[in-house]
Design a protein around this ligand. Structure first.
Ligand SMILES: Cc1cc2nc3c(=O)[nH]c(=O)nc-3n(C[C@H](O)[C@H](O)[C@H](O)COP(=O)(O)OP(=O)(O)OC[C@H]3O[C@@H](n4cnc5c(N)ncnc54)[C@H](O)[C@@H]3O)c2cc1C
Length: 414
Protein backbone atom coordinates (compact mmCIF):
# COMPACT_ATOMS: atom_id res chain seq x y z
CA UNK A 1 0.00 0.00 0.00
CA UNK A 2 1.34 3.44 -0.95
CA UNK A 3 1.63 6.11 1.72
CA UNK A 4 1.42 9.87 1.28
CA UNK A 5 1.21 12.91 3.55
CA UNK A 6 -2.16 13.86 2.13
CA UNK A 7 -4.89 12.65 -0.21
CA UNK A 8 -7.11 15.10 -2.07
CA UNK A 9 -10.44 13.67 -3.22
CA UNK A 10 -11.81 15.41 -6.31
CA UNK A 11 -9.78 16.95 -9.13
CA UNK A 12 -11.98 19.90 -10.02
CA UNK A 13 -10.56 23.41 -9.82
CA UNK A 14 -10.87 23.34 -6.02
CA UNK A 15 -9.21 19.97 -5.35
CA UNK A 16 -6.50 20.51 -7.96
CA UNK A 17 -5.66 23.92 -6.46
CA UNK A 18 -5.55 22.40 -2.96
CA UNK A 19 -3.27 19.58 -4.16
CA UNK A 20 -0.96 22.04 -5.93
CA UNK A 21 -0.65 24.24 -2.86
CA UNK A 22 0.14 21.19 -0.71
CA UNK A 23 2.97 19.94 -2.97
CA UNK A 24 4.33 23.48 -3.10
CA UNK A 25 4.77 23.08 0.67
CA UNK A 26 6.85 19.95 0.22
CA UNK A 27 4.14 17.40 1.05
CA UNK A 28 3.68 14.14 -0.85
CA UNK A 29 0.15 14.27 -2.22
CA UNK A 30 -2.21 11.98 -4.16
CA UNK A 31 -5.03 13.62 -6.11
CA UNK A 32 -7.85 11.17 -6.75
CA UNK A 33 -10.82 11.42 -9.12
CA UNK A 34 -13.04 8.90 -10.84
CA UNK A 35 -13.18 11.13 -13.95
CA UNK A 36 -10.60 13.23 -15.78
CA UNK A 37 -9.07 16.31 -14.15
CA UNK A 38 -11.36 19.35 -14.35
CA UNK A 39 -13.99 17.61 -16.48
CA UNK A 40 -17.05 18.08 -14.27
CA UNK A 41 -18.45 21.35 -12.85
CA UNK A 42 -15.12 23.07 -13.35
CA UNK A 43 -15.29 22.44 -17.09
CA UNK A 44 -18.41 24.31 -18.09
CA UNK A 45 -18.58 27.52 -16.09
CA UNK A 46 -18.65 31.06 -17.43
CA UNK A 47 -14.94 31.54 -16.80
CA UNK A 48 -15.30 34.58 -14.56
CA UNK A 49 -12.79 35.17 -11.79
CA UNK A 50 -15.05 37.40 -9.79
CA UNK A 51 -12.67 39.32 -7.59
CA UNK A 52 -15.38 41.97 -7.35
CA UNK A 53 -18.10 39.92 -5.72
CA UNK A 54 -20.11 42.00 -3.26
CA UNK A 55 -23.32 40.01 -2.85
CA UNK A 56 -23.86 36.43 -3.99
CA UNK A 57 -26.91 35.76 -6.19
CA UNK A 58 -29.80 36.17 -3.76
CA UNK A 59 -33.32 34.84 -3.34
CA UNK A 60 -35.63 37.19 -5.31
CA UNK A 61 -37.05 39.93 -3.10
CA UNK A 62 -39.70 41.30 -5.43
CA UNK A 63 -43.02 39.56 -5.81
CA UNK A 64 -43.05 39.95 -9.60
CA UNK A 65 -39.82 38.00 -10.07
CA UNK A 66 -40.98 35.33 -7.66
CA UNK A 67 -44.30 35.00 -9.47
CA UNK A 68 -42.57 34.65 -12.86
CA UNK A 69 -40.33 31.91 -11.44
CA UNK A 70 -43.29 30.15 -9.80
CA UNK A 71 -45.18 30.23 -13.11
CA UNK A 72 -42.08 28.93 -14.93
CA UNK A 73 -41.93 32.03 -17.10
CA UNK A 74 -38.60 33.29 -15.73
CA UNK A 75 -35.46 33.05 -17.81
CA UNK A 76 -33.13 33.33 -14.81
CA UNK A 77 -34.46 30.34 -12.85
CA UNK A 78 -36.26 27.06 -13.37
CA UNK A 79 -37.28 24.25 -11.04
CA UNK A 80 -38.62 20.71 -11.02
CA UNK A 81 -41.96 20.80 -9.20
CA UNK A 82 -41.47 17.36 -7.64
CA UNK A 83 -38.19 18.57 -6.09
CA UNK A 84 -39.75 21.46 -4.14
CA UNK A 85 -40.73 19.51 -0.98
CA UNK A 86 -37.18 18.20 -0.69
CA UNK A 87 -35.52 21.55 -1.23
CA UNK A 88 -37.99 23.70 0.74
CA UNK A 89 -35.96 23.88 4.01
CA UNK A 90 -32.86 24.84 2.05
CA UNK A 91 -34.78 27.51 0.09
CA UNK A 92 -36.09 29.01 3.34
CA UNK A 93 -32.55 29.18 4.73
CA UNK A 94 -31.37 30.70 1.42
CA UNK A 95 -34.15 33.30 1.61
CA UNK A 96 -33.18 34.17 5.20
CA UNK A 97 -29.53 34.59 4.14
CA UNK A 98 -30.68 36.90 1.31
CA UNK A 99 -32.12 39.57 3.63
CA UNK A 100 -30.26 42.89 3.23
CA UNK A 101 -28.64 42.80 6.68
CA UNK A 102 -27.37 39.26 6.16
CA UNK A 103 -26.08 40.15 2.68
CA UNK A 104 -24.16 43.07 4.14
CA UNK A 105 -22.64 40.90 6.89
CA UNK A 106 -21.77 38.25 4.31
CA UNK A 107 -20.11 40.79 1.99
CA UNK A 108 -17.75 41.78 4.80
CA UNK A 109 -17.04 38.17 5.77
CA UNK A 110 -16.20 36.94 2.27
CA UNK A 111 -14.24 39.97 1.10
CA UNK A 112 -10.76 38.84 2.29
CA UNK A 113 -11.00 35.56 0.35
CA UNK A 114 -12.45 37.11 -2.81
CA UNK A 115 -9.91 39.94 -2.66
CA UNK A 116 -7.14 37.37 -3.31
CA UNK A 117 -8.98 35.54 -6.10
CA UNK A 118 -7.41 37.12 -9.18
CA UNK A 119 -3.91 37.42 -7.70
CA UNK A 120 -3.86 33.76 -6.61
CA UNK A 121 -4.88 32.61 -10.11
CA UNK A 122 -2.31 34.93 -11.64
CA UNK A 123 0.46 33.39 -9.54
CA UNK A 124 -0.54 29.79 -10.26
CA UNK A 125 -1.12 30.48 -13.96
CA UNK A 126 2.35 32.03 -14.27
CA UNK A 127 3.92 29.04 -12.49
CA UNK A 128 1.91 26.57 -14.58
CA UNK A 129 2.61 28.22 -17.94
CA UNK A 130 -1.08 29.10 -18.31
CA UNK A 131 -1.02 32.90 -18.28
CA UNK A 132 -2.37 32.97 -21.84
CA UNK A 133 -5.76 31.84 -20.46
CA UNK A 134 -6.12 34.93 -18.26
CA UNK A 135 -7.91 38.12 -19.37
CA UNK A 136 -7.79 41.02 -16.96
CA UNK A 137 -10.52 42.86 -18.83
CA UNK A 138 -13.20 43.03 -16.13
CA UNK A 139 -16.86 42.06 -16.26
CA UNK A 140 -19.72 44.05 -17.83
CA UNK A 141 -23.29 43.78 -16.55
CA UNK A 142 -26.07 45.36 -18.61
CA UNK A 143 -29.49 46.42 -17.32
CA UNK A 144 -32.50 46.76 -19.57
CA UNK A 145 -34.89 48.21 -16.97
CA UNK A 146 -34.63 51.29 -14.77
CA UNK A 147 -35.95 49.17 -11.93
CA UNK A 148 -33.19 46.60 -12.23
CA UNK A 149 -30.57 49.31 -12.23
CA UNK A 150 -32.13 51.21 -9.31
CA UNK A 151 -32.05 47.99 -7.24
CA UNK A 152 -28.25 48.16 -7.28
CA UNK A 153 -28.06 50.99 -4.73
CA UNK A 154 -27.25 48.71 -1.79
CA UNK A 155 -24.55 46.94 -3.82
CA UNK A 156 -23.02 50.26 -4.91
CA UNK A 157 -22.97 51.53 -1.30
CA UNK A 158 -21.36 48.30 -0.14
CA UNK A 159 -18.79 48.35 -2.96
CA UNK A 160 -17.84 51.90 -1.94
CA UNK A 161 -17.43 50.82 1.69
CA UNK A 162 -15.28 47.87 0.66
CA UNK A 163 -13.21 50.05 -1.69
CA UNK A 164 -14.24 48.16 -4.82
CA UNK A 165 -14.04 50.23 -8.00
CA UNK A 166 -16.92 50.18 -10.51
CA UNK A 167 -17.99 52.32 -13.42
CA UNK A 168 -21.64 53.09 -13.97
CA UNK A 169 -22.08 53.50 -17.74
CA UNK A 170 -24.77 54.54 -20.16
CA UNK A 171 -25.39 52.63 -23.38
CA UNK A 172 -22.70 54.49 -25.31
CA UNK A 173 -20.15 54.00 -22.53
CA UNK A 174 -20.79 50.26 -22.48
CA UNK A 175 -20.62 50.04 -26.26
CA UNK A 176 -17.26 51.79 -26.18
CA UNK A 177 -16.07 48.72 -24.26
CA UNK A 178 -18.09 46.16 -26.23
CA UNK A 179 -18.96 47.62 -29.67
CA UNK A 180 -20.80 44.47 -30.78
CA UNK A 181 -23.54 44.86 -28.16
CA UNK A 182 -26.81 46.21 -29.52
CA UNK A 183 -28.28 49.21 -27.64
CA UNK A 184 -31.18 47.29 -26.06
CA UNK A 185 -30.19 48.29 -22.54
CA UNK A 186 -30.21 51.61 -20.74
CA UNK A 187 -27.51 51.10 -18.12
CA UNK A 188 -24.39 49.06 -17.54
CA UNK A 189 -21.89 48.54 -14.77
CA UNK A 190 -18.27 47.76 -15.50
CA UNK A 191 -16.41 45.93 -12.74
CA UNK A 192 -12.74 46.38 -13.69
CA UNK A 193 -11.21 44.11 -11.06
CA UNK A 194 -12.93 40.96 -12.28
CA UNK A 195 -10.94 38.78 -14.66
CA UNK A 196 -11.87 35.80 -16.81
CA UNK A 197 -10.30 32.81 -18.51
CA UNK A 198 -10.69 31.59 -22.07
CA UNK A 199 -10.75 27.89 -21.12
CA UNK A 200 -11.59 26.79 -17.55
CA UNK A 201 -10.71 23.15 -18.35
CA UNK A 202 -7.33 24.29 -19.67
CA UNK A 203 -6.70 26.17 -16.42
CA UNK A 204 -7.42 23.14 -14.19
CA UNK A 205 -5.35 20.91 -16.44
CA UNK A 206 -2.45 23.38 -16.30
CA UNK A 207 -2.60 23.34 -12.47
CA UNK A 208 -2.71 19.52 -12.52
CA UNK A 209 0.33 19.37 -14.81
CA UNK A 210 2.20 21.69 -12.46
CA UNK A 211 1.16 19.49 -9.53
CA UNK A 212 2.63 16.45 -11.34
CA UNK A 213 5.82 18.33 -12.21
CA UNK A 214 6.29 19.06 -8.50
CA UNK A 215 5.99 15.34 -7.64
CA UNK A 216 2.23 15.01 -7.02
CA UNK A 217 0.50 11.81 -8.13
CA UNK A 218 -2.91 11.77 -9.85
CA UNK A 219 -4.86 8.53 -9.56
CA UNK A 220 -8.21 7.15 -10.68
CA UNK A 221 -10.42 5.90 -7.87
CA UNK A 222 -13.76 6.18 -6.13
CA UNK A 223 -13.68 8.52 -3.16
CA UNK A 224 -16.52 6.61 -1.53
CA UNK A 225 -14.03 3.84 -0.74
CA UNK A 226 -12.53 6.14 1.92
CA UNK A 227 -12.31 4.44 5.30
CA UNK A 228 -10.28 4.49 8.47
CA UNK A 229 -7.13 2.33 8.56
CA UNK A 230 -5.83 2.67 12.09
CA UNK A 231 -4.92 6.29 12.65
CA UNK A 232 -4.83 6.95 8.90
CA UNK A 233 -7.38 7.20 6.09
CA UNK A 234 -7.33 4.82 3.15
CA UNK A 235 -8.79 5.03 -0.37
CA UNK A 236 -8.86 2.32 -3.03
CA UNK A 237 -7.58 3.38 -6.45
CA UNK A 238 -6.96 1.67 -9.78
CA UNK A 239 -3.32 1.40 -8.67
CA UNK A 240 -4.20 -0.18 -5.31
CA UNK A 241 -4.89 1.25 -1.87
CA UNK A 242 -3.33 4.49 -0.73
CA UNK A 243 -3.30 5.93 2.76
CA UNK A 244 -2.52 9.20 4.48
CA UNK A 245 -3.07 10.86 7.85
CA UNK A 246 -4.91 13.75 6.21
CA UNK A 247 -7.54 13.82 3.48
CA UNK A 248 -9.17 16.82 1.80
CA UNK A 249 -12.70 16.32 0.47
CA UNK A 250 -13.06 18.51 -2.63
CA UNK A 251 -15.86 16.63 -4.34
CA UNK A 252 -17.94 19.69 -5.25
CA UNK A 253 -21.60 18.71 -5.72
CA UNK A 254 -20.80 15.09 -4.79
CA UNK A 255 -19.34 15.88 -1.37
CA UNK A 256 -22.32 14.51 0.56
CA UNK A 257 -22.03 11.12 -1.21
CA UNK A 258 -18.96 10.70 0.97
CA UNK A 259 -19.74 12.85 4.01
CA UNK A 260 -23.30 11.76 4.79
CA UNK A 261 -22.33 8.08 5.35
CA UNK A 262 -19.56 9.37 7.64
CA UNK A 263 -22.26 11.12 9.68
CA UNK A 264 -21.63 14.67 8.47
CA UNK A 265 -24.94 15.99 7.14
CA UNK A 266 -24.35 19.49 5.79
CA UNK A 267 -27.02 21.56 3.97
CA UNK A 268 -25.38 21.26 0.54
CA UNK A 269 -27.74 21.60 -2.43
CA UNK A 270 -27.14 22.14 -6.10
CA UNK A 271 -28.12 24.96 -8.40
CA UNK A 272 -27.87 23.38 -11.81
CA UNK A 273 -26.83 25.38 -14.88
CA UNK A 274 -26.30 24.80 -18.57
CA UNK A 275 -24.10 26.09 -21.36
CA UNK A 276 -24.05 26.10 -25.13
CA UNK A 277 -21.42 27.42 -27.53
CA UNK A 278 -22.18 29.71 -30.47
CA UNK A 279 -20.25 31.37 -33.23
CA UNK A 280 -20.50 35.14 -33.65
CA UNK A 281 -22.26 36.60 -36.61
CA UNK A 282 -19.88 38.39 -38.98
CA UNK A 283 -17.12 40.23 -37.13
CA UNK A 284 -18.98 40.50 -33.84
CA UNK A 285 -16.79 39.82 -30.82
CA UNK A 286 -16.59 40.17 -27.05
CA UNK A 287 -13.57 41.09 -24.97
CA UNK A 288 -15.03 40.03 -21.62
CA UNK A 289 -17.99 38.23 -20.02
CA UNK A 290 -21.30 40.10 -20.24
CA UNK A 291 -24.24 39.52 -17.89
CA UNK A 292 -27.69 40.43 -19.19
CA UNK A 293 -28.85 41.10 -15.66
CA UNK A 294 -32.64 41.19 -15.90
CA UNK A 295 -32.74 38.22 -18.25
CA UNK A 296 -30.26 36.11 -16.30
CA UNK A 297 -27.57 34.64 -18.54
CA UNK A 298 -23.90 35.29 -19.24
CA UNK A 299 -22.11 35.30 -22.60
CA UNK A 300 -18.34 34.80 -22.42
CA UNK A 301 -15.76 34.57 -25.18
CA UNK A 302 -14.09 31.14 -24.93
CA UNK A 303 -11.70 29.16 -27.09
CA UNK A 304 -14.72 27.10 -28.22
CA UNK A 305 -16.76 30.18 -29.25
CA UNK A 306 -19.21 32.36 -27.34
CA UNK A 307 -20.26 30.36 -24.28
CA UNK A 308 -23.74 31.14 -23.08
CA UNK A 309 -24.41 30.01 -19.51
CA UNK A 310 -27.84 29.93 -17.94
CA UNK A 311 -29.04 30.97 -14.51
CA UNK A 312 -30.10 28.39 -11.95
CA UNK A 313 -32.26 25.30 -12.01
CA UNK A 314 -33.49 23.68 -8.80
CA UNK A 315 -33.63 19.97 -9.60
CA UNK A 316 -32.05 16.80 -8.25
CA UNK A 317 -28.37 16.69 -9.13
CA UNK A 318 -28.71 13.49 -11.13
CA UNK A 319 -32.06 14.19 -12.84
CA UNK A 320 -32.11 14.21 -16.64
CA UNK A 321 -31.24 17.58 -18.24
CA UNK A 322 -34.18 19.95 -18.83
CA UNK A 323 -32.62 22.95 -20.58
CA UNK A 324 -35.89 24.86 -21.07
CA UNK A 325 -34.26 28.14 -20.09
CA UNK A 326 -32.57 28.39 -23.49
CA UNK A 327 -35.98 28.74 -25.16
CA UNK A 328 -36.75 31.70 -22.91
CA UNK A 329 -33.29 33.28 -23.22
CA UNK A 330 -32.35 32.86 -26.89
CA UNK A 331 -34.53 35.63 -28.39
CA UNK A 332 -33.24 38.06 -25.74
CA UNK A 333 -29.62 37.06 -26.34
CA UNK A 334 -29.92 37.60 -30.05
CA UNK A 335 -31.35 41.06 -29.33
CA UNK A 336 -28.24 41.95 -27.32
CA UNK A 337 -25.47 40.26 -29.29
CA UNK A 338 -25.31 38.96 -32.88
CA UNK A 339 -24.94 35.26 -32.16
CA UNK A 340 -24.36 33.00 -35.15
CA UNK A 341 -24.84 29.25 -35.45
CA UNK A 342 -24.18 26.75 -32.67
CA UNK A 343 -20.43 25.99 -32.50
CA UNK A 344 -21.13 22.42 -31.38
CA UNK A 345 -24.24 20.36 -30.78
CA UNK A 346 -23.74 19.82 -27.05
CA UNK A 347 -25.74 21.22 -24.17
CA UNK A 348 -23.61 20.99 -21.04
CA UNK A 349 -25.16 20.56 -17.60
CA UNK A 350 -23.33 21.25 -14.35
CA UNK A 351 -24.28 21.54 -10.69
CA UNK A 352 -23.13 24.45 -8.56
CA UNK A 353 -22.56 23.06 -5.04
CA UNK A 354 -24.29 25.56 -2.73
CA UNK A 355 -24.76 26.15 0.98
CA UNK A 356 -27.70 28.39 1.88
CA UNK A 357 -25.45 31.28 2.96
CA UNK A 358 -23.55 30.98 -0.36
CA UNK A 359 -20.22 30.61 1.46
CA UNK A 360 -18.07 27.52 0.88
CA UNK A 361 -17.02 25.22 3.70
CA UNK A 362 -13.24 25.29 4.06
CA UNK A 363 -11.49 23.75 7.05
CA UNK A 364 -11.51 20.70 9.32
CA UNK A 365 -14.42 18.26 9.20
CA UNK A 366 -16.04 18.38 12.64
CA UNK A 367 -15.62 15.12 14.55
CA UNK A 368 -13.54 13.41 11.85
CA UNK A 369 -9.88 13.77 12.75
CA UNK A 370 -7.59 14.24 9.77
CA UNK A 371 -10.44 15.04 7.38
CA UNK A 372 -10.61 18.48 5.76
CA UNK A 373 -13.39 20.03 3.69
CA UNK A 374 -13.14 22.29 0.64
CA UNK A 375 -16.55 22.33 -0.99
CA UNK A 376 -19.70 24.33 -1.62
CA UNK A 377 -18.17 27.08 -3.76
CA UNK A 378 -21.52 27.72 -5.42
CA UNK A 379 -21.37 30.33 -8.19
CA UNK A 380 -17.71 31.06 -7.47
CA UNK A 381 -15.65 27.86 -7.47
CA UNK A 382 -13.45 28.86 -10.40
CA UNK A 383 -12.92 32.23 -8.74
CA UNK A 384 -12.03 30.82 -5.34
CA UNK A 385 -10.20 27.56 -6.19
CA UNK A 386 -6.63 28.85 -5.81
CA UNK A 387 -7.41 31.09 -2.80
CA UNK A 388 -9.12 28.09 -1.14
CA UNK A 389 -6.15 25.90 -1.98
CA UNK A 390 -3.75 28.33 -0.41
CA UNK A 391 -5.84 28.81 2.71
CA UNK A 392 -6.37 25.12 3.42
CA UNK A 393 -2.75 24.22 2.64
CA UNK A 394 -1.59 26.93 5.04
CA UNK A 395 -3.82 25.52 7.77
CA UNK A 396 -2.70 21.92 7.11
CA UNK A 397 0.96 22.98 7.15
CA UNK A 398 0.49 24.78 10.48
CA UNK A 399 1.02 28.22 8.94
CA UNK A 400 -1.15 31.23 9.68
CA UNK A 401 -3.79 31.36 6.93
CA UNK A 402 -3.73 34.53 4.84
CA UNK A 403 -7.27 35.35 5.92
CA UNK A 404 -9.53 34.45 8.83
CA UNK A 405 -10.95 30.97 8.14
CA UNK A 406 -13.76 31.31 10.73
CA UNK A 407 -16.53 32.33 8.25
CA UNK A 408 -15.95 29.10 6.33
CA UNK A 409 -16.13 26.57 9.16
CA UNK A 410 -18.60 23.70 8.78
CA UNK A 411 -19.61 24.22 12.41
CA UNK A 412 -21.84 27.13 11.38
CA UNK A 413 -24.38 24.52 10.23
CA UNK A 414 -24.15 22.15 13.19
C1 LIG B 1 -23.46 27.27 -15.53
C2 LIG B 1 -22.38 27.55 -14.51
C3 LIG B 1 -21.63 28.72 -14.61
C4 LIG B 1 -20.64 29.01 -13.66
N1 LIG B 1 -19.85 30.13 -13.82
C5 LIG B 1 -18.85 30.37 -12.94
C6 LIG B 1 -17.98 31.48 -13.13
O1 LIG B 1 -18.06 32.21 -14.11
N2 LIG B 1 -17.02 31.70 -12.20
C7 LIG B 1 -16.86 30.89 -11.11
O2 LIG B 1 -16.00 31.18 -10.29
N3 LIG B 1 -17.65 29.80 -10.94
C8 LIG B 1 -18.63 29.52 -11.81
N4 LIG B 1 -19.43 28.43 -11.65
C9 LIG B 1 -19.25 27.59 -10.46
C10 LIG B 1 -18.02 26.69 -10.57
O3 LIG B 1 -18.00 26.05 -11.84
C11 LIG B 1 -18.05 25.65 -9.44
O4 LIG B 1 -18.23 26.30 -8.20
C12 LIG B 1 -16.74 24.88 -9.41
O5 LIG B 1 -16.47 24.30 -10.66
C13 LIG B 1 -16.77 23.81 -8.35
O6 LIG B 1 -15.51 23.18 -8.39
P1 LIG B 1 -15.21 21.89 -7.55
O7 LIG B 1 -13.79 21.55 -7.77
O8 LIG B 1 -15.70 22.09 -6.17
O9 LIG B 1 -16.20 20.79 -8.20
P2 LIG B 1 -16.01 19.88 -9.50
O10 LIG B 1 -15.34 20.61 -10.60
O11 LIG B 1 -17.30 19.24 -9.79
O12 LIG B 1 -14.99 18.77 -9.01
C14 LIG B 1 -15.40 17.71 -8.16
C15 LIG B 1 -14.68 16.47 -8.66
O13 LIG B 1 -15.02 15.38 -7.80
C16 LIG B 1 -15.06 14.20 -8.59
N5 LIG B 1 -15.85 13.18 -7.91
C17 LIG B 1 -17.15 13.24 -7.55
N6 LIG B 1 -17.51 12.10 -6.92
C18 LIG B 1 -16.41 11.30 -6.90
C19 LIG B 1 -16.15 10.01 -6.38
N7 LIG B 1 -17.10 9.28 -5.76
N8 LIG B 1 -14.91 9.52 -6.51
C20 LIG B 1 -13.93 10.22 -7.12
N9 LIG B 1 -14.13 11.44 -7.63
C21 LIG B 1 -15.35 11.99 -7.52
C22 LIG B 1 -15.70 14.66 -9.88
O14 LIG B 1 -15.40 13.76 -10.93
C23 LIG B 1 -15.09 16.05 -10.06
O15 LIG B 1 -13.95 16.02 -10.90
C24 LIG B 1 -20.42 28.11 -12.59
C25 LIG B 1 -21.16 26.93 -12.50
C26 LIG B 1 -22.12 26.64 -13.46
C27 LIG B 1 -22.89 25.35 -13.35
Amino acid sequence: MARTNAIVLGAGIVGTSVALHLVKRGMSVALIDRAGVGEQTSYGNAGIIEGNTVFPPAFPSDAGALARIALKRASEANYHLSFLPQIAPWLLAFRAASRPQRLIENARLIRPLFARAVAEHETLLAEAGGSHFLRKTGWLKVYRSERGFAALKLEFDMAAQLGLPLQSLDTAGARALEPSLNPVFAHAVFWPQAASVSNPLGVTRAYAARFSALGGVTLAGDARSLHRAGSRWRVETNEGGIDAPEVVVALGPWALDLLAPLGLKLPLMVKRGYHRHFRSDGNASLARPVLDAGVGYVITPMEQGIRMTTGVEFAPRDAAPSPVQFDRIMPKTRELFPLGERADDKTWLGSRPCFPDSRPVIGRAPGLAGLWLATGHAHWGLTLGPATGRMIAEMMAGETPFCDPAPYRAERFL
